[in-house]
Design a protein around this ligand. Sequence first.
Ligand SMILES: Nc1ncnc2c1ncn2[C@@H]1O[C@H](COP(=O)(O)OP(=O)(O)OP(=O)(O)O)[C@@H](O)[C@H]1O
Ligand SMILES: [Mg+2]
Length: 280
Amino acid sequence: MSEPLFEAKGIEVTYGKASGLLGRGWKGVRVLHGVDISIRRGETIGIVGESGSGKTTLGRALLKLVPISGGSIRFDGQDITNMPAAAMRPLRRRMQMIFQDPMASLNPRHSIRQILTEPLFLHGLAKTREEAERQVRAILDRVSLLPVVLDRAPHELSGGQRQRVGIARAVLMKPDFVLADEIVSGLDVSTQAQVLNLLKALSQEMGLAMAFISHDLSVIRAVCDRVYVMRFGKVVEEGPCETVFDAPQSSYTRLLLDAIPLPEIDPDWLTRPAPALEPA
Ligand SMILES: Nc1ncnc2c1ncn2[C@@H]1O[C@H](COP(=O)(O)OP(=O)(O)OP(=O)(O)O)[C@@H](O)[C@H]1O
Ligand SMILES: [Mg+2]
């Protein structure tokens, strides 16, 4: 089998570790304790676990958005553990992130047009306004948004529309990997299904690898190939979704499964015809 796109071994993250005179003696709080995780090209993995178990920290550590205090990370065959920021820059485009709260991640004073076109120039994916506009309109169509949204500000869109702008912004970068952290938590169930459906289709079309962080097991089960179950900063169980959900090995996973009402676990959820898209 080919080398995984992401391969992280023994990841440790310690928050609040201070250095220098004043920080002497203060060791910080370790929140990840030797996590191994690997993600193949085109694969969607899920990361579940209760609040505070370290899901977001793990995702951010993989993308080197938080410093790691132990372990190693390889991306597409390169060791990026200690890679300087300048060397990381070309890789950054290839690892994108979609946030839980698009309102917080989309600049409120910018139009959707600015939000979508600026990263294209920044990463050299477009040279002229026309080129950028063409790419942006193509992706808008793909995420089922009408071009009128281009002249609006983020607060003038619905939650589902904003989340689609976040998805559009990520996939415009032609990434190899997308980290999606609780991206549907704030949406109603039918909008959740639309957004998940869209991401699933895009990941298949583009051969994208994705890491899907959610505390909602039904979301993970609907979109992921494999799942990592986290507790207290460690992986307590890992495996294909069917195995983990149908025959959980860890008592903690069983507890998580017992805690959700059964009707919500429905693997066919995404394949049902989606309700009509909300107008832009
Ligand atoms: N910037 C930070 N500084 C200090 N501690 C932090 C920081 N961010 C997170 N933590 C702590 O690290 C632990 C893991 O947090 P993390 O956000 O990764 O959990 P999570 O599984 O994503 O939780 P949630 O489901 O609530 O999003 C928690 O104990 C949290 O309080
Ligand atoms: Mg989190």
